[in-house]
Design a protein around this ligand. Sequence first.
Ligand code: NAP
Length: 265
Amino acid sequence: MKIATVLRNDDYTREVEQALKEKLHAVNSPFTFVKGPGEQPDMVLSIGGDGTLLEAVHQYGIEPSYVGIHTGHLGFYADWRPEELDEFVERLMNDEPLIAEYPTVQCRISTRDGKQYEKWALNEMVLRNANLSTLVTCVYINGDELETFRGDGLIVSSPSGSTAYNKAVDGAIVHPSIEAIQLSEIASINNQAYRTINSSLVLPKHHEVELIVMNPEIMIGLDREQAVWKDVCSIRCRVGPDKVKFARYKRLTFWGRVRNSFISG
Ligand code: NAP
């Protein structure tokens, strides 16, 4: 089995990677590490935080399975602490992992010149105006007009992304076994003139949200990546066809992660 590592850029994280490689070497493990960017791994070890895991997923895509070792605080995507490396190596050598599959958000971005761009995110797609003025977007669900949104932005999150930016705007936390996307508002304008639903909406797998963009320049965020886009006319989002696979060598429930991260970590 070929393993790749993706690291947070700090000395401690590099030390943890080195320690892990030495431990695997000491037990004559059958695992080999990929040598260059051209090689496709079977498993990716992300060492850092949830942000590092997002980077790993966009670097290696949906084929490999992922394991996270967190060198900061407890994470949603990372299961192992650096002080548990011996146990991790033992499980890696002897156990068959449980594979947890997390849904993604699929986005089709259409520009006024007729081009279409297929994108995806593990956490979320964020739409904001490119400058500080109001984002104006018509929101359609399955072709039915819902509202004209005016405000700072809109987030379309996956279930595993529901604990990230989506939670900060009071979106619901959705268990990753539910194949859904969630549309949440960032600071909508609600007054006598303008009105939005002002609640997060959870859409099932066969539903699609379309955002018709009125601003000439917008900012689109896909997990860690952000870019300014010009002349976008529409962004269509739905549950992606692919899921990201996490190799679980220890039992940590999603709700346990929620408690550890937000209540009593
Ligand atoms: P960052 O701004 O450096 O970190 C954002 C924080 O979100 C980090 O603490 C990160 O955890 C955490 N995080 C990432 N994915 C998560 C998840 N699924 N559930 C719970 N927490 C999660 O940005 P980054 O490290 O590049 O991560 C990008 C993510 O930041 C975006 O996908 C977005 O969700 C989030 N974000 C949140 C806000 C907000 O809450 N107001 C604003 C912008 C972006 P680690 O420390 O373990 O990496």
